[in-house]
Write a protein that binds this ligand. Sequence first.
Ligand code: HPA
Length: 267
Amino acid sequence: MYKEAAKYLRQRLSSAPEVGLILGSGLGQFTERIENPVYVDYNSVPGFPYTTVEGHKGRFVAGTCSGKYVIAMEGRFHYYEGFDIKEVVLPVRVLKELGIKNLIVTNAAGGVNMDFKPGDLMLITDHINLSGINPLRGRNEAEFGPRFPDMTYAYDPALIELAEKTAKALGINLRKGIYAMMQGPSYETPAEIRMLRVLGADAVGMSTVPEVITAVHAGIKVMGISCITNMAAGVLDRPLTHDEVIVTANLAKDKFINLIFAIITSL
Ligand code: HPA
């Protein structure tokens, strides 16, 4: 399946991409910084699940950033949408087939750490998989990686260092922390957020972990960045809304775009 999809994409791209990007909710506008862009809708790619996601474009954008050929995903497949977990991570395998060495994954997330503020960017140093699923379940695809892949350095230490250095040079206060994945689509309860805090999570969201596991399995170096779009449930005495997630992600987007661009430049 991924071979056919990769072949289809290869015919449309002008180079082999070195860097892959998965852009989370409200963060898709990074693609405006990609030069000589080629657009490929997910719905046109053989083997890709059909999607009509609200607020997501659902397409690949490939082109150059600071002279590097990159391929970005504007929108992702979420498990909560009802996709099979194999469908959720199919694009990562396709990107591997295309030859990417580094993958930058991004998302909108709720702030569990009380020191965080909406609009903060958080470099993901580790994750807690509370989704109850693992994309590698089933027969191991040995051509990608081992049966029992190590996750000690899932978020590549050299890339963490690079992100920190780059943020510092730009004067961006980049937070660091642990991302917990819940399955969603309901937001967490206040009690669940207190639980996550006890477990050591700093941010919570409904994505990213399956893609990271799949990428690490395939030997891709991963960097993760969360945009803290809201304080998690129960921190403030009011309900959470998807609108506030999108509004805050939009407010943080210039900072986010500049950081990602500078990181790609120095990769
Ligand atoms: N919880 C889960 N996912 C999210 C949140 C949240 O508070 N904010 C953005 N994505």
